[in-house]
Design a protein around this ligand. Structure first.
Ligand code: ZN
Length: 273
């Protein structure tokens, strides 16, 4: 049976002399693998469509076992992601999170939307670090961790000062601070932002501009949850960390990045909040 699915290429691996196995996140059927015969040859009509980050429609012949990619049409180029090293690094991280957390052969429109919206936003030049952090928070429930962020994890209070507690799995109010000596105190802004990262749809985040320290802080919390509570390590994180240790390259990139905020004013990424 020949199917036409909308998908995004998560990864590819060589198979034999000329073939590739392409892993796709599709809107219709979730994560699948398909054989792309001859795709390693530059002259192949499958060469361009079987590259990481490509968003397109894919014609896949399903038989027994793995399907075969017959042809594909790109829906957008993802050129910025392919060409900008920082965008590539964070897009790779987003793709790896989805690939690792989503089960194969099961429709998952939520994960497809998170992935597709995140890559779109990075492609359009929004702050890739903020986008990747959104994906980390959005995909957290897939690890089995569901942080309690709407109220105090211990007493349920919704008012007061708050802190983040790894041992309590979410926010603690000031009345319960004694329960965790290692809690991380939060300002009202940080509290609001963490809730936003977790709850607000990713397509609304382009409007947000965050200070480097604010982003770093919110990212540190979610990264610690992944590493300490789920034991997951991501390969593409080490590339991001390498970039961050090369400040010249990294700052040159961020100083050149500007985009419009919701008032329509051009604003540097590192302003505000
Ligand atoms: Zn409490």
């Amino acid at each position: 049976m020949l199917n036409k699915w909308e998908g995004i290429v998560l990864k590819t691996r060589p198979y034999g002399e000329t073939n590739k196995v392409v892993t796709l996140m599709t809107r219709e059927v979730g994560k699948i693998a398909a054989m792309a015969r001859g795709a390693k040859k530059p002259s192949s009509r499958l060469a361009a469509i079987s590259q990481p980050f490509v968003h397109g429609t894919f014609m896949i012949q399903q038989g027994r076992g793995m399907g075969t990619l017959q042809q594909g049409e790109p829906l957008e180029s993802m050129r910025h992601i392919q060409e900008d090293i920082v965008a590539t690094a964070y897009a790779s991280y987003v793709v790896e999170i989805v690939d690792r957390l989503v089960e194969s052969d099961r429709p998952d429109p939520y994960a497809f939307d998170v992935l597709s919206q995140a890559l779109h936003a990075i492609e359009e030049g929004y702050d890739p670090e903020a986008i990747a952090t959104f994906v980390e928070w959005k995909m957290l429930p897939y690890t089995g961790v569901q942080p309690i962020l709407h109220a105090c994890a211990s007493c349920g209070a919704v008012e007061g000062e708050f802190a983040f507690s790894f041992t309590q799995g979410g926010f603690l109010c000031h009345r319960c601070f004694h329960q965790d000596p290692y809690l991380i105190r939060l300002t009202p802004t940080q509290l609001k932002l963490i809730r936003m990262f977790y709850n607000v749809p990713i397509d609304q985040i382009g409007k947000l501009t965050l200070k480097k320290e604010t982003k770093g802080f919110i990212r540190k919390i979610v990264t610690t949850i992944y590493e300490e509570q789920t034991g997951m390590r991501f390969k593409s994180r080490s590339f991001i960390e390498q970039l961050e240790r090369t400040p010249l390259l990294f700052n040159a990139h961020f100083n050149s990045q500007t985009h419009e905020n919701e008032e329509g004013k051009i604003q540097a990424n590192d302003d505000e909040v």
